[in-house]
Design a binder for this molecule. Structure first.
Ligand code: SAM
Length: 272
């Protein structure tokens, strides 16, 4: 079930009922969960369930479910399974035929999206990106032509480097927003292009607190994969791969690297 991402008042009434009513609550960190329970004077049996003990604990949890136990799952903040433990447990419980009941509530990705001012009709959550620059740039390049707002989680110390890689892989003019400390005292959303934001955090230093990075689609629908493919297919009839991809990148405002990779793929499938 979802729990607050900062402001304890964001717990839902149904989550409180459920916490009080289940036989056991699995918590990523029992001390964090205990604080929440104490704030609402709820006594519950808390046990630890996290990435390091999940494989070992799941058989016992599944046996308890089979015996009729009602078991809750919480993470430290927000919604379990969203860059947090729980996926394997839910999958195995579902496969075993147990009923999974969602108790929805806060998640930083959606809180960030609604404060960003970026298009919210289509979005892609990409979680935490790789920490090394080369792998991070590859991961960003893979979604460079996705016609959707991108949502990532990031830490303060890595933010400036991540934004610099994003400006390189996605293009410096993409609109973006940094949503920080959502629902907490120092909540702040900073908006600008990727280049502006990268420059700001490079000089100001990594901000404190928890951060969601949101990156808007480059130029709306026209820069989607379909538009890039259509442009490249025409250009490749007359130009070599490099020239065709540069023309497409300039015309559509997509990053050159992404246009080049797509042109190579189209050329290979046309030749093969
Ligand atoms: N399951 C959580 C959810 O539903 O949002 C996310 C867990 S993930 C381990 C933690 C990351 O979420 C943080 O590093 C940060 O990127 C983001 N986050 C969590 N709380 C936040 C907040 N109050 N403001 C901004 N970002 C937050």
């Amino acid at each position: 079930m979802s729990t607050p991402i900062g402001n304890l008042r964001d717990i839902t009434l149904r989550a409180l009922d459920t916490l009080a009513g289940v036989d056991e609550v699995l918590a990523e960190d029992t001390r964090v969960a205990r604080k929440l329970l104490d704030a609402y004077a709820i006594k519950a049996r808390l046990t630890a369930y996290h990435d390091h003990n999940g494989a070992q604990r799941r058989p016992d949890i599944l046996r308890a479910l089979a015996a009729g136990a009602r078991i809750g799952l919480v993470s430290d903040a927000g919604t379990p399974l969203v860059s947090d433990p729980g996926f394997k447990l839910v999958r195995e419980a579902a496969e075993a035929g147990h009923t999974i009941v969602p108790i929805p509530g806060p998640s930083a990705m959606l809180a960030g999206l609604i404060t960003s001012g970026l298009p919210s009709d289509r979005f892609l959550f990409i979680g935490f990106l790789p920490q090394k620059s080369a792998a991070r740039t590859r991961a960003l390049s893979a979604v460079a032509t996705t016609d959707a707002t991108l949502i990532a989680y990031e830490s303060g110390p890595r933010l400036a480097a991540m934004l610099a890689d994003a400006a390189e892989a996605l293009g410096p003019n993409r609109p973006a927003a940094i949503a920080r400390e959502l629902t907490k005292r120092f909540e702040e959303t900073r908006r600008g292009t990727l280049a502006d934001l990268a420059a700001h955090y490079a000089s100001a230093g990594g901000p404190k607190g928890e951060i969601v990075v949101l990156i808007g689609p480059a130029h709306g629908k026209e820069t989607g994969a379909d538009a890039l493919d259509a442009y490249l297919q025409t250009a490749l009839q007359e130009l070599p791969v490099k020239a065709a991809s540069e023309a497409a990148a300039d015309a559509l405002g997509v990053p050159r690297r992404a246009a080049y990779q797509r042109a190579l793929a189209l050329k290979a499938s046309a030749d093969g």
